[in-house]
Design a protein around this ligand. Structure first.
Ligand code: SF4
Ligand code: FES
Length: 237
């Protein structure tokens, strides 16, 4: 009886003029990472199912119109991919500038905004708000009474990593996306508090957030003694 090796069959594709060996079923992002080629991401985390929502990982594929999300596009035999072009740079900068329009960091939690994954990409792509545009906070800072985790929806870019980490890593279903359009936001349960939504304060949401929307209170200067609780640390993105 034969062995089904369809998931391991090697296929070669070209990424940035380099021949790269891949496995069938891999995404472009996975193939690129295996080859040491960096594609920027925000909603993607290797521990979580892909959502393909942020559009930061866009790449160009020869013969296809427009740009494709590397984190959700599976490789095809003989695919030719470009991950760095002037158009892609502009796309990524635009994506980040749109996210910045709803991003406000009150700086209350002792985590420097420059340390976050989001701000690292903002700097890398030199994303800026237009002159005179200064987003206002839309939510109460530290708007949840959870004793362990600061919650500041003003820093949320709706990547949903927290929702997926809670469900897929912890097997809890505390978080979801509530409301629609401009009112869409991350909600606990039916928009209650974390504890009312049966949160166990595991810290997975904080650990997987690329903007430090969630910040563990033990890291805050206001939190008192440190070291008595720490979140589950995720592996690298
Ligand atoms: S809170 Fe963080 S992880 Fe959750 S959607 Fe917002 S930015 Fe993403
Ligand atoms: S990382 Fe691919 S769409 Fe967000």
């Amino acid at each position: 009886m034969g062995t089904d090796n369809s998931n391991t069959t090697a296929a070669r594709i070209i990424i940035n003029d380099r021949s790269v060996e891949t496995r069938k079923g891999q995404t472009i992002l996975e193939a690129a990472r295996n080859a040491g080629i960096l594609i920027p991401t925000l909603c993607y985390h290797k521990d979580l199912s892909p959502s393909g929502s942020c559009r930061l990982c866009m790449v160009e594929i020869e013969g296809r119109r427009g740009q494709s999300a590397a984190c959700t596009t599976e490789i095809d035999e003989a695919m030719i991919v470009r991950t760095e072009t002037p158009d892609l740079f502009e796309t990524r900068r635009t994506v980040l500038e749109l996210l910045l329009r709803n991003y406000v960091d009150a700086g209350y939690a002792g985590t420097s905004r420059d340390e976050t994954e989001f701000m690292r990409w903002v700097r890398h792509y030199d994303a800026r708000l237009p002159e005179g545009v200064s987003p206002a906070a839309r939510y109460e800072v530290a708007g949840d009474p959870n004793p362990f985790v600061w919650v500041d929806l003003n820093k949320c870019i709706l990547c949903t990593r927290c929702v997926r980490a809670c469900a897929e890593v912890q097997g809890r279903f505390v978080w979801g996306v509530g409301y629609r359009g401009d009112d869409a936001k991350i909600v606990a349960g039916l928009d209650s508090t974390m504890l009312d939504a049966r949160c166990e304060s595991c810290g997975a949401c904080a650990a997987y957030c690329p903007t430090a929307h969630w910040t563990t209170k033990w890291r805050s200067p206001a939190a008192g003694p440190t070291g008595w609780w720490s979140p589950r640390a995720p592996t690298a993105v």
